[in-house]
Design a protein around this ligand. Structure first.
Ligand SMILES: *Cc1c(COP(=O)(O)O)cnc(C)c1O
Length: 381
């Protein structure tokens, strides 16, 4: 039987139109040259493709193309933003604010910064996975230099009020980094109106290739990001390394396509999610982790009371979903995100994340409802 893919929050397939475009930048008869090669036309053409891609993404996000730095993905963007800024602001203060349910690329970077002498406050979100402006205001200190909150949470789909948090932080002259890996191309982002200084993006969460991302660095003489990867001085000294033209073109065309289809994709996801949730009403004691009303409809994290998540995962093998829990050699730890919104260990271990995408069909959802209802009933009996 064919696997039904409901793990779009982990990664998405590359849109066929995007893959076709990327093919033009790989082989001998394509635009394969090094974009940093200044000595010949082939290099100029590659550079042109890179700069056109930068412009395309800048247009989607309403920022200046010069404010975008190519990276290998949102993990690297998060590292570059936090480490690159913390180091340059060390003399002004050593306090950083983030939340307990950020992506590991933010949390592990913060832990590393703590080892380097910084102090990090980890705010607890509410039961829906949202951080409030009041909480951020209360956590501010005279020595706070930086705050980092995600736009859409990858396990819950909950959405933070980046505009209000940004306004507060700008008022207090604290730099604001936002991890928008799950959000670019899915919800509107207007960097001209948001008070955000740094924002991380990834190609593969929005039907682009893996291994490519970008970091938005607001143009401001007082905002310096120290390079974490040294080499040829590419990307205005912020990130060295030969630019992967095919990946860059892929990410730009994927995000452009996502921008054009944003309303359509969003409505599609909303309809799939309500179809799924209605279908599951045949089951008792299923609850939603996260924010059904205000959250992103592509992610539905569900708790099936009394059912072991790992066992359910095995019982619905033909559906690709995620538990969010981390398997250590000795035991299974519940997802720190679910624990972070106050779920008991038992409830967290009874939860699965279903994430839908552009290519998910209502027929697939019908099948998954049937498979899940049958499996949950069998496991409860
Ligand atoms: C996927 C993801 C990342 C990591 O992005 P990569 O491009 O895979 O490195 C970071 N943050 C969030 C919220 C994500 O969903």
């Amino acid at each position: 039987m064919k696997t039904i893919y409901l793990d779009y929050a982990a990664t998405t397939p590359v849109d066929p139109a995007v893959a076709e475009k990327m093919m033009g930048y790989l082989t001998q008869d394509g635009c394969f040259a090094n974009p940093a090669s200044r000595a010949h036309m082939l290099g100029w053409f590659a550079e042109q493709a890179v700069e056109e891609s930068r412009l395309q993404i800048a247009k989607l996000l309403n920022c200046d193309a010069r404010e975008l730095v190519w990276t290998s993905g949102a993990t690297e963007s998060n590292n570059l933003a936090l480490k690159g800024v913390a180091e340059t602001r060390r003399t002004r203060g050593r306090h950083i604010i983030t939340s307990t349910i950020e992506h590991k690329a933010v949390l592990d970077t913060c832990a590393w910064l703590e080892d380097q002498g910084f102090e990090v406050s980890y705010l607890k979100p509410n039961a829906k996975g949202v951080i409030s402006v009041e909480q951020v205001a209360q956590a501010l200190r005279p020595d706070t230099i930086l705050a980092s909150f995600m736009l859409i949470n990858n396990e819950l789909g909950s959405i933070n009020d980046i505009a209000s948090i940004g306004a507060l932080l700008r008022d207090k002259a604290v730099l604001f980094h936002v991890d928008a890996a799950q959000a670019a191309g899915k919800v509107p982002i207007d960097l001209k109106t948001l008070s955000v200084d740094l924002m991380s993006f990834s190609g593969h969460k929005a039907y682009g290739p893996k291994g490519i991302g970008a970091l938005y660095v607001r143009r401001d003489p007082d905002l310096k990001v120290l390079a974490q990867i040294h080499g040829g001085g590419h990307e205005r000294g912020m990130r060295s390394g030969t630019l992967p033209t095919h990946q860059i073109v892929g990410m730009a065309s994927a995000l452009t396509l996502a921008g054009e289809r944003m309303a359509e994709d969003f409505a599609h996801l909303k309809s799939l999610r309500s179809q799924f949730w209605q279908g599951l009403s045949a089951l008792e004691q299923v609850s939603i982790n996260g924010d059904f009303e205000q959250g992103y409809p592509g992610i539905l994290n569900l708790c099936f009371s009394g059912v072991d998540g790992e066992a359910l995962l095995m019982a619905i093998k033909e559906v690709a979903v995620s538990t969010g829990s981390a398997c250590n050699s000795a035991s299974v730890d519940p997802s720190y995100v679910l624990s972070g919104i106050g779920l008991s260990r038992e409830k967290a271990l009874s939860s699965l994340r279903f994430s839908f995408g552009r290519f998910t069909t209502p027929e697939e959802i019908e099948q998954v409802i049937e498979i899940v209802v049958r499996a949950v009933n069998a496991l409860r009996n």
